[in-house]
Design a protein around this ligand. Structure first.
Ligand code: CA2
Length: 143
């Protein structure tokens, strides 16, 4: 089982600012947590982070034919990007949307997710563990 984990803009800043929302752990900590979990489960994970929308589209397109699932936290592009929605629809790989915080309890503009329509599940507000839940869901055949 091959799973691509994508993180969007500013998630490389985890642990550096806004710890009250996103916690104190860093992006490197998140990567380690995911890699350790995946290894225990016998899942091959590829981790990718970019601050650029087109690069995220490229990463989704390149997953076609290689990855069995995508876990994606598009950061602020969640609330703006038709391009990410279209890319996820184009590759038709089962995808899970993850948010560290719960955007539905924050500002109004965070309540809209453009990518949700292309995802089999959304995990929000569970911190870093949400990524593990998403990987487990995909590895378990989306059940
Ligand atoms: O809760 C999430 O995971 C979000 O996807 C995070 C995005 C935000 O735009 C979404 O509404 C919800 C922002 C990620 C920015 O991360 C930072 C980390 C440290 C310091 C500042 C920003």
């Amino acid at each position: 089982m091959n799973i691509l984990v994508i993180n969007g803009p500013n998630l490389n800043m985890l642990g550096i600012r806004e710890p009250e929302i996103y916690g104190k752990a860093t992006y490197a900590d998140l990567c380690r947590l995911i890699e350790e979990y995946a290894e225990k489960q016998g899942i091959h994970v590829t981790l990718y982070q970019s601050n650029h929308e087109g690069d995220l589209v490229d990463a989704i397109q390149q997953a076609w034919g290689k990855q069995d699932g995508i876990v994606i936290n598009p950061g602020a592009y969640t609330h703006t990007s038709v391009a990410l929605l279209d890319a996820l629809k184009a590759v038709a790989i089962p995808a899970v949307e993850v948010h560290i915080s719960d955007p539905d309890t924050r500002e109004e503009f965070r309540k809209v997710s453009y990518i949700r329509a292309a995802c089999v599940k959304t995990v929000k507000g569970h911190g870093f563990d949400g990524y593990l839940e998403a990987i487990g869901f995909l590895a378990g055949g989306c059940k």
